[in-house]
Design a protein around this ligand. Structure first.
Ligand code: OOB
Length: 575
């Protein structure tokens, strides 16, 4: 699958960075959005201004605290080592690291030489990593030895056997048969061909709704603008302490305002190996964390855990919540439970980020998903035919602006439909604009499941299920879930001659194809045929309604059973 995807899109026929038209680039520069900064220079400038200030706190192992000066020197040495191994400007490097200090050492080294990190998540497995390495023709793949009980070196061995072009595997920790990351750094050397501000800085992953994840090309100029804008809106300055609790490579903790926003401001980044309250709360107390970002299920967990925690969370000023819809009910609990201001974030790796403002009325904070970062973010809410809707009506969100991409990387066919002719990105989100210009996310038109912020492309999973020899057809839809908001349900039609297949077999089959665990269907329903739409397509709307009804009925039954149990036990307890 991955090999063919790479082979069908010859690199020289499609631009790597479907660019911003000149008139827009000029406008964004004239407005002061694009200021000609690069990540490499940004770190150098901060290191010169305040070399001894702590930049990164990594509590793993015996704990590390790197100053700006130290991070700068480390990035230089790592950059020189990468260059010495033949990795240079424009080369792609798949980075799959947990929340450790090396993540920053590696990505700033790559930024400095103009090589492009491809941001994989620790949850990704063989199928995804093979695709990233093959499709981007990656020169190198950077991993940790093990994390959360998983051995990435074995994964790398398998990927390397399948992607011959992958020259290097660098391992933070014990390298096994690969190369130790610690063996890479050498004496710093001048970099001849430094990246320009309009050059690509990295490739981010799309949540996606297609068979394979698309790659998002972001430039230094556009991304740094989103950091600067986010810092201003979230009041991040040199006294801020940002806790990175979500996976560092994801766009939300990376840039909204995230670790890179914090480093841009000269603030301190504290890395949490896991986002659970038992790990994060002690770090908040110890480091005086002032802000962090969470997906809704974790925000719920934190608000519950805060009630009984022995840790002092009073340094926390702002909790950003985004990645999936945060219910109004849950949003109302944040301030009383954590004593901080909630900022809802509705963002996307493709660009556009919306925040509620710190001084918005509480009602706006709890009932909307914010408004855009930039005055030059263009927002359209349209009907199915791309006609603009009257103000306040619910429709498809289209957007264009100074930090929103104009196309995915090497995906001309997909770009033809994912963007309008005049460059608006079709977000796939269904929204409504309030009178104050805030957006309320009402739903989604894209064929994706948002599993508490983790995105699952239905088509991707359907393709894997279809590979099962007993499966005739598959349709993956979302089902409501009290904790994650949504989970995945796979409807499956078996072949007539298929032997007995159970739900666990389908789940195991998908897992064994080497996918991130969050993509394995939560539930499998067997049916003999799918409901159809008027024009003979599978009606996912009906499938969603059917599973939602079953989930609701089961919940009602459970509540009723509990009620009976209470009634039955009540006389006894009363005695
Ligand atoms: C963030 O980025 P992605 O690329 O993983 O996912 C983007 C999609 C959006 O198109 C939307 O469908 C959904 O995630 N989403 C939300 C949301 N925030 C994101 N849906 C409802 N309410 C929200 N607050 O998820 C992301 C990137 C930067 C900052 C924050 C989140």
């Amino acid at each position: 699958m991955t090999g063919t995807a790479a082979a069908t899109v010859p690199p020289d026929e499609t631009p790597d960075a479907p660019g911003y038209p000149a008139e827009f680039a000029e406008r964004y520069r004239a407005a002061g959005h694009w200021r000609g900064e690069t990540f490499g220079r940004m770190l150098r400038e901060r290191a010169r201004a305040h070399p001894d200030r702590v930049a990164i706190v990594d509590p793993a192992g015996e704990g590390r605290r790197w100053t700006y000066g130290e991070l700068d020197v480390r990035a230089d040495r790592m950059a020189a080592g990468f260059l010495a191994r033949g990795i240079g400007k424009g080369d792609r490097v798949v980075v799959q690291l947990p929340n450790t200090a090396e993540f920053f050492e590696v990505v700033f080294a790559l930024f400095r030489i103009g090589a492009l990190p491809v941001f994989a998540l620790p949850a990704h497995r063989e199928t995804e990593i093979r695709h990233f390495c093959a499709f981007t023709e990656a020169a190198a793949y950077v991993i940790a030895d093990t994390a959360e009980g998983y051995d990435y070196r074995e994964l790398a061995t398998r990927v390397r056997a399948e992607v011959p072009g992958l020259k290097h595997v660098f391992v933070a920790g014990e390298p096994g048969e690969h190369t130790a990351l610690s063996a890479v750094p050498t004496a710093p050397v001048p970099v001849d061909d430094v990246p320009a501000p309009h050059d690509l800085a990295f490739l981010q992953l799309s949540g996606g709704s297609t068979g394979v994840p698309k790659l998002i090309p972001r430039t230094h100029d556009d991304y740094i603008y989103s950091l600067r804008g986010s810092n201003e809106i979230c009041a991040v300055d040199e006294n801020s302490v940002y806790l990175c609790a979500l996976p560092a490579a994801h766009n939300f903790p990376l840039s909204s305002p995230g670790t890179l926003g914090a480093l841009y401001a000269g603030a301190r980044v504290v890395l949490a190996p896991r986002p659970s309250p038992d790990v994060a709360f002690p770090l908040i107390e110890r480091e005086g964390v002032t802000l962090t970002g969470l997906v809704p299920p974790l925000a719920l967990l934190w608000t519950e855990a805060a009630a009984t925690t022995p840790y002092d969370l009073s340094s926390l000023r702002v909790l950003l919540v985004g990645g999936a819809k945060f219910s109004e009910e849950a949003a109302r609990r944040v301030r009383p439970a954590l004593g901080c201001t909630l900022q809802q974030v509705f963002g996307m790796a493709e660009g556009l980020v919306n925040y509620t403002r710190l001084d918005d009325p509480e009602e706006t904070i709890v009932t909307t998903q914010g408004r855009p970062v930039s005055p030059d973010d263009e927002i359209r809410v349209v009907d199915d035919q791309d006609n603009d809707l009257p103000a306040g009506e619910t429709g498809h969100l289209l957007t264009r602006g100074p930090y929103t991409i104009r196309g995915y990387w090497r995906a001309p066919a997909h770009n033809a439909t994912a963007f309008t002719a005049d460059g608006f990105y079709r977000t796939g989100d269904v929204v409504r604009l309030t009178e104050t210009g805030h957006l309320v996310v009402e739903g989604r038109a894209k064929d994706q499941i948002n599993r508490g912020g983790e995105k699952v492309a239905a088509e991707e999973i359907e393709n894997h299920i279809l590979a099962h020899p007993a499966v005739h057809d598959a349709a993956v839809v979302s089902m409501p879930d009290a904790y994650l908001g949504e989970r995945t349900c796979a409807y499956v039609v078996l072949r007539e001659d298929a032997g007995p297949v159970r739900s666990v077999h389908v789940k195991k089959f998908v897992r064994e194809r080497g996918l991130a665990a969050f993509k394995v269907p939560d539930r499998v329903e067997f049916v003999t045929e799918f409901p159809q739409t008027g024009i003979g397509k599978v009606s996912k709307k009906e499938l969603r309604a059917a599973i939602a009804a079953r989930v609701a009925a089961a919940a009602a039954q459970e509540t009723a059973a509990q009620g009976t149990a209470v009634q039955e036990t009540a006389p006894h307890t009363a005695q």
